[in-house]
Every structure is written in C-alpha cells, then in structure tokens.
Write a protein of this length. Sequence first.
Length: 187
Amino acid sequence: MNLRRRQCLQLCAALASVGAGQWLAPCAQGEPADPETEARRHLSLRNLHTGEALDLDYRSGAVCLPDAMTKIVRMLRDYRTGEQHEIDCGLLDILGDVAAALHADPVFDVISGYRSAQTNELLRSQSSGVALRSLHMEGRAIDVRLAGVDCSDLAAAALTLGRGGVGYYRRSNFVHLDTGLARSWQG
C-alpha cells in the first residue's frame, strides 16, 4: 500500500524529529498514535505443514502491529529448519488486497513462507522452478491458496493489482505472491 503524500511527509517529519538514522518502509513497525481511529487490516493464515493457524489484525493504519508481526514471523518460519525471518508487511497487504478484490474473506492456506538458504538450495536441487535468489529467503514471498477461490482466479486478481510477482502453479494448485518487481509466470 502506498502512503498518501501527506502521510509520507508526516512520517518523514516524525522520523527526523527523533533523529532516525535509517529509512523506514511505509510498513514501519510500532504503535499507532490512536489505535481506536486507525483502520485495521486483518488476515487469517493456516500453515499447511505445521497445522498452525492465526486469525489477527496485523496493521493499524500505516503501522504494522509488532505483536502480530511476531506471531506471523513464527508461523511463516522455515518449517524444515525452524529458522525465522522478518516478513515484509507489504506482502501481507497484497494478501489482504487480493482477497478484497475478489470479495472474499482473507483466509489463506500457506504452502510456503520464509525459506532459509539451506531449504531453498534443497528445493532447487529437486526442481528447476525454484529461483536461486528466491524472495522467500528475504521474507518477501509467499505461496498460498485463498479459501473458496480457484487459484486461477486468485492469480488473475493478483495480476490486476500490478504489485510484485505472481506465479500460478496450476498442477500444484497454489499461487506465489511477492513484493519484488511486477511480473508473472506459470509453473
């Protein structure tokens, strides 16, 4: 989600006033100024490998909620190694936005979230469809299904957003979404 110009300027001014030495993405983690008046974003996720499920608000206005992000990081960990990695809040926004575009509840089955370099290399040795520098290794990609929605429709809706990569894997019945450059493919 892109911030409006005024919101961006306010964020920059706030960062400058506290002497922030680094640039923070629009999905900066922290506490919102007034949680009662900020718009909430909600997702339901179920990890198909571990059986874990989350049903939570992950964002309030322009702020990703730290407690929710901690839970999401744990759930989307590399289930093979147990390794965890920060997840791009913009990736979660794509999930919510594509569900909204389809007029569907944002209830996703997760096939793959974060992948360690070790797991990525293992998967590359088993399939030519796994990227050497996969955005899964940066917490910027996810493979999902949306409850009650055909994966071809999910992929088509994600393409219309024009944000990030969209890979449709018909035979395996899932859609890859990421926060990289806008592009598409079929696997």
